[in-house]
Design a protein around this ligand. Structure first.
Ligand code: ADP
Ligand code: MG
Length: 390
């Protein structure tokens, strides 16, 4: 657990970078620090691994004042990931990842084995990437190596300073997803700096919104978006926080609607009858393993049953593939984006490999409304019109 007690940092030139900072990051908690450039985020971070010493106040790690801990020993317990990554250009990806364990006295073979596991964990196949050099990687891949390297010594604490800041938005969202998945398994204690409020809200168990050198609000994503504590925070999280809310609300089973479902091998007549009975214009088509194949329209089925030659056909002859799908637990924002991308009136939601139901725009709106209503009553401040009008 990391605890800041009245921490201030004044640089020799008189700049007060942070002032009277007091907060805690619990074990296994991910706190994001977000705010405009120059508000003191990096300074806060670097005081934790003693790259910078506070002018006053103290920082405790697991109850011990870090000022009394040897910096080298301290840093062994703290992984550090920065935007420029700082990989060694002359070392392979595998050796870059193994750097810290080797420094800590592990055998090179053991360190490399561990490095290969970690590369796998961050989504880089060690057989493909292990022997490359950093300049043979994309920006996103380099960031993954940076994360793998920070994890190599299995530190309980991670400091991440705008780690995904230099990659394009699509890669960035990938990295964020992967990191969330990793974090749900590892449960490290993480301080994560970003200047992007969306990223902060997406990743943080709690978010600290920085004004100049101080925290204006430290709260859960839902409360930050639902009840900004000050006009500054309201301004910073933006007038469109109803929309941002989309990105922190997961698709749940209760949000799904259940259209008629037919199988690829169902006879046309039976499938057409099922759609007529449900008065539906289309049905979801599943493959043999109850996985999603796509959809079939009532018109296509009806036409199929009247064409004499196709009377004995199956749904397979008329089914269309459907690529617009998401896993349960994906955000409503992803659902919205997917609908737009595929120009789809609905998207399929899968639970693992199995079809769970579909999300429609109406269901999406309902889910958002419910999410806001359940938010301690404070969410009333979020205006749904913002979303409906989007
Ligand atoms: P952020 O990471 O939020 O962009 P920083 O913590 O890097 O902000 O910087 C906070 C403030 O401290 C800024 O005004 C910056 O110019 C100043 N600052 C940072 N490092 C130094 C330094 N070594 N000497 C003097 N001022 C500094
Ligand atoms: Mg910074």
């Amino acid at each position: 657990m990391i605890r800041f007690e009245h921490v201030a940092k004044c640089y020799p030139d008189g700049t007060i970078a942070v002032d009277d900072l007091s907060f805690e990051v619990g074990d296994g908690e991910l706190v994001t620090l977000v705010g405009p450039s120059g508000c003191g985020k990096t300074t806060t971070m670097k005081m934790v691994n003693r790259l910078i010493e506070p002018t006053s106040g103290r920082i405790l790690l697991d109850g011990r004042d870090i000022a009394e801990t040897d910096p080298v020993k301290l840093r062994r317990r703290i992984g550090y990931v920065i935007q420029q990554v700082g990989l060694f250009p002359h070392k392979t990806v595998l050796d870059n990842t193994a750097t810290v364990p080797v420094l800590l006295g592990r055998s090179r073979a053991a360190a490399r084995r561990r490095a290969a596991e970690l590369l796998e964990l961050v989504g880089l196949d060690p057989r493909t990437f292990g022997h490359r050099y950093p300049d043979q990687l994309s920006g996103g891949q380099r960031q993954r190596v940076g994360v793998a390297r920070a994890l190599a010594a299995d530190p309980p604490v991670l400091l991440m300073d705008e780690p995904f800041g230099a990659v394009d938005p699509v890669v960035r969202e990938h990295l964020q997803n992967e990191f969330l998945r990793l974090q749900s398994e590892m449960r490290k204690t993480v301080l994560f700096v970003t200047h992007d409020i969306e990223e902060a809200v997406r990743l943080g168990d709690r978010i600290a919104v920085y004004g100049e050198g101080r925290i204006e609000q430290l709260d859960s994503p839902a409360r930050l978006l639902g009840a900004p504590a000050t006009p500054y925070v309201a301004e910073f999280v933006g007038a469109d926080r109803g929309l941002k809310r989309l990105s922190v609300t997961p698709i749940g089973r209760a949000d799904l609607v259940e259209p008629p479902v037919v199988s690829l091998d169902d006879p046309l007549e039976a499938a057409a009858a099922r759609l007529r009975a449900a008065d539906a214009r289309w049905a979801v088509v599943l493959d043999d393993a109850d996985g999603l194949h796509g959809w079939v329209g009532a018109d296509a089925l009806a036409a199929g049953t009247t064409a004499a030659a196709a009377r004995h056909g199956t749904v397979r002859d008329h089914a269309r593939r459907m690529d617009a799908w998401l896993p349960l637990g994906a955000s409503l924002k992803q659902a919205f984006a997917t609908m737009l991308q595929y120009d789809a009136g609905w998207i399929a939601v899968l639970d693992g490999d199995r079809f769970a139901g579909v999300l429609t725009p109406t269901a999406l709106h309902e889910a958002l409304r419910r999410s806001i209503a359940s938010d301690d009553g404070d969410g009333a401040g979020v205006r749904l019109e913002t979303v409906a009008g989007a």
